[in-house]
Design a binder for this molecule. Sequence first.
Ligand code: CUA
Length: 396
Amino acid sequence: MGTRFARRCFLAVPALLGLLLAGCATGRLDATKPVGQEARDIDFLMRLSGWMAVGVGIFVAAAVFAIIVKFRAKPTDDPDDLPPQVHGNRKAELTWTIIPTALLVFLTIFTLPTVFDLARVNAAEDARTIRVEGQQWWWQFSYDLNKDGRYDIVTANDLVIPTGEKVNLEIESNDVIHSFWIPQLNGKKDAVPGRVHDWTIRSDEPGIFYGECAEFCGLSHANMQMRTIVLTPDDFERWVEEQLEGKAAAQAAPAEGSAEAAGAALFETHCISCHVVDGPYESAAGGNANLLAGIAPNLTNLMSRTAFAGALYETYQIGPDGEYLRNPDGSLKLNLAELREWVRNAPDMKPARADNQQGMLDFSEVLTDQDLDNLMAYLQTLGSEPVLPATNAGAG
Ligand code: CUA
């Protein structure tokens, strides 16, 4: 082997390794920083098996090295003189069967109970259950507050939960197979059409924890993101109240002649065949907004979400230090430019089917600048600002 080639290989290995590790560390998805019991259990198993693999790897590499050195060809060797030829070696074979078996049994003892634990839903009577629906290419979350079979809050992209609660999820898909994954809260769970998969998430601390669809599901699979907004129980109650208030407020028609009213009229012409706003536009779905679920996000409390377009874009502007930017009056600074562009020509901002059969449509030929301004005015009436966690707000 040429020494130049060897040197290149020698340099390439750390470079590749560096790239790989950088890929793990720079993303917002980080399974190595669990914040709930389920994710911690998984993290423990990952570390346990990882360190065992490191041990085995070091042992094998050292043994290979020792054998190479010990049995290398010596200048005094006669090339025609073969070492003694043997068949089988009971001691060696038993060793390399028993040791790996013991290691796997050891790992199984830790893994099996965890596998069953993770599959266990919160059976407590007051346990919270949230319906999760995956579709190309965004996530919808529905809350049945009174457990009467009717969803009181329907939201998209932002999954809001309180701290310290093991929250049940009923994971479904409205089209193809997706996979729900918020690494810091639990492992992955497939969303399969025609099935309901039970899963749980839990966080001990408030914060924003990011997730993504983890099963290839078409063109914008990589853009099917989501986030969990974890609030203290008090903040969570406030969020619920504000969602219900937003729902009530959406029923009031904007003042006649205002930009909001013009926007509402445009919304009725162009948007309600896919989007729902509880109250005024529910009738489009025969009085039940949920009938339309799966086509496009319910926009009743749009302004209370931290992200739009499959959580690809921030609803509010974030400064370089990761903090939300605020207007002089203290309110959050809307990311109006991207929201407006999204409504104007969504496929440009998030790849969708070119034939307009999937995803938000291209309205660049339909809506004028004035129309867009009016629509923005109307959209800003939908819901109040998001309730943000006390810590880690806007991190990432
Ligand atoms: Cu949904 Cu990938």
